[in-house]
Design a protein around this ligand. Structure first.
Ligand code: CDP
Ligand code: MG
Length: 624
């Protein structure tokens, strides 16, 4: 809260030119009307003596909590300093107050400054005097009598709405200004203790950590922040903006640990990976959106959905604790206290909110004698365990003999892949359809975050370059087309840029693919390519992902076969505007509706061939 009390040396009284509008109102009747004085132009502002000192004044005011400024009358202190502060973004989080001992001075100065800013009086620049308040929500520079500020201090001794208080004409030693000095000094001290000094004005060595929900959101916000960083007001420390999320290549993740160059502030935009897993030095400020993207699973419906949801209280405190680990810090929570009170106390452990098929497969592979009674620290619901076993059963991974569960040879092979069982099954089935090369690519593509980059501002361009990859058979084949084209140009970066393909994620896909291929070789799977025959690829997907089937209804909507849940095609799918009769999907995403993501058009007959018992059962259940 820098304050510039002004001690004027010359005893000469300030002669204020009356503001143009008032001049007209006060003109005696019959007097010849003077045209209003032209608004002071930029050049006039620059010709004032104080302009020479603008840069050094700003840099000093940035580093000081309070200052006393002395200067010649008419040099521009009263009219210019509030504008300099505003233009430089100092105190941009609140209002800049300028006190005046006299009411007429407050009014005429506000008029003058709003003219100079070419804004209407009462908008950006306003005034408050007794019985008259010409300010609005937009007001950032406010002239007011010292008596008025004193009155406000009774209501809020911390003067919280002000980021800068200028006690002008301090040399006059009016009783109100004298008392205000004491009040403002106390507020300054107290606000410092409470850590309530405005954020921008913090030294550049103090870094910021922002918690967001996912890669897409973080990438978009990174871009926005980088744009803002290009246009920071002068004298403000520069920012380096860094994204952080799990699928970011390791070398880039490491960048967040490096100190920013001198004079730069680090701004890290992160998922909840920065909540517990890692500690970044130098973080003084945390911004907590209160949201997290997490999996939820309902065994009744068999639905596993990835949804943006509220954090728990424990998570919120964990995030808060990330601020100022070496020193005191500040966390900005973008939610109200009431909302916070409604958060869950603890985060539900992952084991209780995800599909347990993978876990059960691992336990069985470890030859745990009875997985159904395994001693979990937080027990998943028996329904969830049953649902997982049922899924493994459908995939042909388990044998049930006299209540004893064991893995089948297929199940044992499935456990060799670090994948969800349904994708391991897809790979293991692929030799039958002579398309292992393609399936390896598709499973790898589905294992990383999206390889397609969709800047909202360039939607039309994106759509036109994407056309050449799009397959009417769905997203899997479309993604395969993109990957093939990427390989054809040997991963050329320029090509990626032109085609809005995320080069980083594509490299990751290649890595994942190589690892999966190694596992196939170890299992002696024949690795063939189906080349241009995509029918076999879709058949293979139908045979392994048949639990994720949705059918078109007579009214044009879709419902899942498994739990009869209404679902819709996600707008990101290439099938968004199509209405295929039968599709399989990769996952469900619950936002405003339940969306299917990554879809493949399949033939209902293939599905019935793949799991005749299952479909017969579902059909019967649907009829009842
Ligand atoms: O506060 P200080 O005495 O340093 O100067 P100022 O009030 O900021 O005035 C800067 C310039 O603007 C001077 O040339 C004033 O005469 C002029 N001014 C004006 O023409 N009309 C006003 N209402 C206020 C200032
Ligand atoms: Mg003045």
């Amino acid at each position: 809260m820098p304050q510039a009390g002004q001690l004027l040396r010359p005893a000469k009284r300030l002669k204020l030119a009356p503001p143009p509008r008032r001049a007209m109102l006060l003109a005696p009747p019959g007097a010849k009307r003077q045209p209003p004085a032209p608004a002071a132009g930029e050049s006039q502002r620059r010709s004032l003596p104080i302009f020479q000192a603008r840069g050094s004044l700003l840099s000093q005011l940035r580093s000081l909590d309070s200052a006393v400024l002395i200067g010649e009358t008419g040099s521009g202190k009263t009219t210019q300093i509030p504008q300099y502060l505003y233009e430089a973004g100092i105190g941009c989080q609140g209002i800049i107050a300028v006190t005046q001992p006299r009411r007429v001075a407050a009014i005429s100065l506000a008029t003058r400054v709003s003219d100079e800013k070419k804004t209407e009086l009462g908008k950006l620049v306003g005034y408050t005097v007794r019985f008259e308040d010409l300010t609005s929500n937009e007001t950032r520079i406010k002239f007011l009598t010292d008596g008025m500020l004193l009155r406000e201090a009774i209501g809020d001794p911390l003067l919280r709405k002000y980021s800068v208080v200028i006690l002008d004409e301090a040399h006059e030693r009016t009783i109100h200004t004298d008392v205000l000095f004491g009040v403002v000094k106390a507020a300054l001290r107290k606000r410092k203790e409470l850590g309530k000094l405005p954020l921008r004005e913090a030294p550049s060595s103090q870094d910021i950590l922002v918690f967001l929900t996912g890669q897409e959101e973080i990438e978009a916000m990174t871009k926005t922040c980088r744009d803002i960083a290009k246009h920071l007001s002068d004298g403000c420390p520069q920012m380096v903006v860094m994204p952080l999320y799990a699928s970011l290549p390791y070398s880039q993740q490491l960048r967040v640990f490096q100190a920013a160059p001198l004079g730069y502030r680090k701004v890290i935009l992160s998922t909840n990976v920065a909540e517990t897993s890692i500690t970044i030095a130098g973080i003084k400020y945390v911004v907590d959106t209160g949201m997290v993207k997490a999996k939820k699973y309902s065994p009744e419906s068999g639905l596993e959905v990835l949804a943006v949801q509220r954090v728990s209280k424990a998570q919120a405190w964990q995030r808060t604790g990330r601020a100022g680990r070496e020193d005191s810090g500040i966390c900005y929570r973008l939610y109200t206290e009431d909302e916070f009170e409604k958060f869950d106390k603890m985060t539900i452990p992952e084991i209780q909110r995800c599909n347990l098929a993978s876990v059960m497969l691992q336990l069985l592979a470890l030859r745990i004698p009875n997985v159904l009674t395994f001693d979990f620290m937080s027990k998943p619901s028996p329904d969830a365990v049953q649902a997982a076993i049922e899924q493994l059963d459908l995939l042909g991974a388990v044998d049930r003999k006299e209540d004893q569960l064991t893995l089948t040879p297929l199940g044992r092979k499935m456990a060799a892949f670090p994948l969800e069982p349904k994708f391991s099954k897809t790979i293991l089935l692929s030799p039958k359809f002579h398309c292992t090369e393609e399936i390896l690519t598709i499973v790898s593509l589905l294992s990383v975050d999206s390889i397609l980059y969709n800047p909202p501002s360039r939607r039309d361009e994106v759509q036109s370059v994407r056309k050449k990859f799009i397959s009417s058979e769905g997203d899997h084949v479309t993604l395969l087309n993109v990957y093939r084209a990427f390989k054809n140009v040997s991963g050329n970066k320029e090509w990626c840029k032109e085609n809005f393909v995320n080069n980083r994620n594509m490299m990751l896909v290649s890595d994942v693919r190589a690892q999966l291929r190694d596992i196939c070789l170890k299992l002696s799977l024949p690795i063939e390519s189906s080349r241009s025959d995509t029918g076999n690829i879709r058949r293979c997907l139908a045979h392994s992902l048949f639990m994720n089937t949705a059918e078109l209804q007579p009214d044009g909507t879709y419902t899942t076969v498994d739990s009869h849940q209404p679902v819709a095609i996600h707008p990101s799918s290439v099938l968004f505007h199509c209405k295929p009769a039968c599709v399989i999907y990769n996952e469900l995403l619950h936002t405003n509706k339940c969306y299917m993501r990554d879809l493949c058009v399949v033939d209902a007959d293939w599905l019935h061939d793949a799991a005749p018992d299952y479909f017969r059962r579902k059909l019967r259940a649907a009829k009842n």
